[in-house]
Write a protein that binds this ligand. Sequence first.
Ligand code: 2NE
Length: 275
Amino acid sequence: VEWHLVKPYEDILYHKTDGIAKITINRPHKRNAFRPKTVVELYDAFSNAREDSRIGVIFLTGAGPHTDGKYAFCAGGDQSVRGHGGYMDEEGTPRLNVLDLQRLIRSLPKVVIALVAGYAIGGGHVLHMLCDLTIAADNAIFGQTGPKVGSFDGGFGASYMARIVGQKKAREIWYLCRQYTAEQALEMGLVNCVVAIEQLEAEGIQWAGEILEKSPIAIRCLKAAFNADCDGQAGLQELAGNATLLYYMTEEGSEGKQAFLEKRSPDFRKYPWLP
Ligand code: 2NE
């Protein structure tokens, strides 16, 4: 496929092709660890992809390999800018803005696929977990490090992980901070498939192509439904937003608005009370 650069950023690359947006964390010298600026840029690109109704699938990936030959999806928060109270932005304000990004990836009504080569560690591991699907290269390495480096993600990072791999395994992953191979991740249900590194993007494009042939509203409602099961009232809001969207698209739904604008009483009698 031919990728077109959408706009230039400092810490990420943002490309599009037919139906697919590709967002690449581009800090290979840091194993693609994110600083607050990286997250601001990621949020901006994901928002753009969300708004573009030609885009149905979004890839999240990491640039690589680095000059030492190693690959990384993302090694989590950049520890070198961690200060008192969070990750310092350029104005010196402590932030944990990756949590906003986590919610955006989870709630945007398109399919987000993580393409993971090399390390998906710490907050980077949480990011791939929150993507709808993960395709791993055979060199991918997964794990959390929080308790080792003085951090933890007690939000989606803990509870959603437990939904994916089960309570025992999630506690092992967080308490021991071990690293797991792509095959082990596949066995745990943490990833959807494992392919040769050279095949990673092609496999993503194959999956995206199959998704893009499907009904956008069906996929959108399914994503909201999967989220609603875990997300309480926020999840229900998402699912209900889709019900409202569909209702607005009906003649019955527009009758109320039309009547208001025409300063008459709405006539809903012609619409059936379906069983
Ligand atoms: C990823 C890993 C295991 C790779 O190891 P290796 O041996 O392949 O590479 P190396 O030499 O450690 O790293 C290469 C360069 O990348 C930097 C390193 O400092 C090193 O730089 P130089 O010495 O060459 O200048 N680098 C790698 N990861 C970095 C990071 N996260 N921050 C800043 N610089 C980083 C190994 O590098 C590793 O274990 N990295 C740290 C992983 C980690 O602990 N991440 C933070 C977890 S906490 C978090 O992400 C988080 C959270 O818990 C809650 C909310 C939000 C975020």
